[in-house]
Ligand binder design. Structure first.
Ligand code: THU
Length: 157
């Protein structure tokens, strides 16, 4: 028997420490939270994806009275991005959220398991790492790839 330890590098930065391109992406994710439809949870999430063609596609969580019919911000963004630009690779994903008080959450919000699985497939398609920015109010977690969010992932069959 042996133990395999999987470590995930997470950089913690201030907003000012991000590159100009990263700051734009985080701002876009923050703005997207205001287009969320979250009358049930009152938790508004925004995601923004930078594509290889320079486009930024944003999405937000869209809820429904039949709860399981709604979708998270990350999946609304990645499905829309690939539906619009099927031949363009993902480069970077930023995620932000506002809580029930309407304020941006202090601690960065990582995506749920279904969103990690969905996002990861586009990294596999891209054939290179897709950077991740998880934006809190005063700090941002930067991860080098979507794979780091989902170690031991199911990626093919
Ligand atoms: N939500 C997201 O948009 N992304 C996640 O990764 C986790 C949760 C949404 C779903 C629901 O509309 C609200 O946040 C509360 O769970």
């Amino acid at each position: 028997m042996k133990t395999i330890n999987i470590t995930v590098p997470v950089e913690e930065l201030s907003f000012e420490e991000l590159t100009a391109e990263e700051r734009i992406l985080v701002d876009t994710a923050r703005q997207a939270t205001y287009r969320s439809y979250a009358p049930y949870s009152h938790f508004s999430v925004g995601a923004a994806i930078l594509l290889g063609n320079g486009e930024i596609v944003a999405g937000s969580n869209q809820e429904n009275a039949a709860f399981s019919s709604g979708t998270c911000a990350e999946r609304s963004a990645c499905f829309y991005a690939h539906a619009q630009y099927p031949n363009t690779d993902f480069r970077c994903v930023a995620i932000a959220a506002r809580g029930t008080d309407g304020e941006f959450v202090n601690d960065p919000i990582p995506p749920c398991g279904s969103c990690r699985q969905s996002l990861l497939e586009y990294e596999t398609l891209a054939g290179h790492p897709v950077k991740v920015l998880l934006a809190g109010r005063d700090k941002v977690y930067r991860l080098p790839s979507l794979k780091t969010l989902l170690p031991l992932a199911f990626t093919e069959f």
